[in-house]
Design a protein around this ligand. Structure first.
Ligand SMILES: [Zn+2]
Length: 167
């Protein structure tokens, strides 16, 4: 009997010097900061085009600001990126987000066909990219983006901790 190896993409430990996603994560962090103004939890996201540097769309949590339960950073960034690209299919693109996506956002990411999802802080209570669920790498789905977690994780987590402490 042969043991089937599961070809999961491991949550790569980012190289502090050469990690290519740090600049994009800094942009996402900047976006996250804007959420606070509307009373929203600071989570920010950016969608990068195929070249890995061109920003197609950005978003931050606007649930409180707009009264929309689906106004998560990832969903808003995906919508803007698709509008800019002129297509719903975002193959080749990378979404970078400060917090591990929830089930709704993970579902939207699978449907958008992005190649890669890069996140900062883990969300042990609601994360759907490896913590509580692993929707993004569920082998029953026909599209599975690469998942890279832990990029600038401390900065991303600190932003959230400080927000909740201030409440
Ligand atoms: Zn979400």
């Amino acid at each position: 009997m042969t043991v089937q190896q599961t070809p999961l993409t491991p949550g790569r430990r980012p190289d502090p010097v050469r990690d290519p996603w740090r600049d994009a994560m800094r942009l996402a962090l900047k976006e996250a900061g804007q959420a606070v103004r509307g009373g929203d939890v600071p989570v920010g996201a950016v969608v990068l085009a195929e070249d890995g540097t061109t920003v197609l769309g950005t978003g931050h949590n606007e649930r409180e600001a707009t009264g929309d339960p689906t106004a998560h950073a990832e969903v808003l960034a995906l919508r803007r990126a698709a509008a800019r690209a002129g297509r719903w299919r975002l193959s080749g693109c990378t979404l970078v987000v400060t917090l591990e996506p929830c089930t709704m956002c993970a579902g939207a990411l699978v449907l958008s066909r992005v190649d890669r999802v890069v996140y900062g802080a883990r969300d042990d209570k609601a994360g759907a990219a490896g913590s509580l669920w692993d929707v993004l790498r569920d082998r029953r789905l026909n599209h599975r983006p690469e998942v890279i977690g832990g990029v600038l994780a401390e900065e991303c987590a600190t932003l959230l901790t400080e927000f909740f402490r201030g409440r």
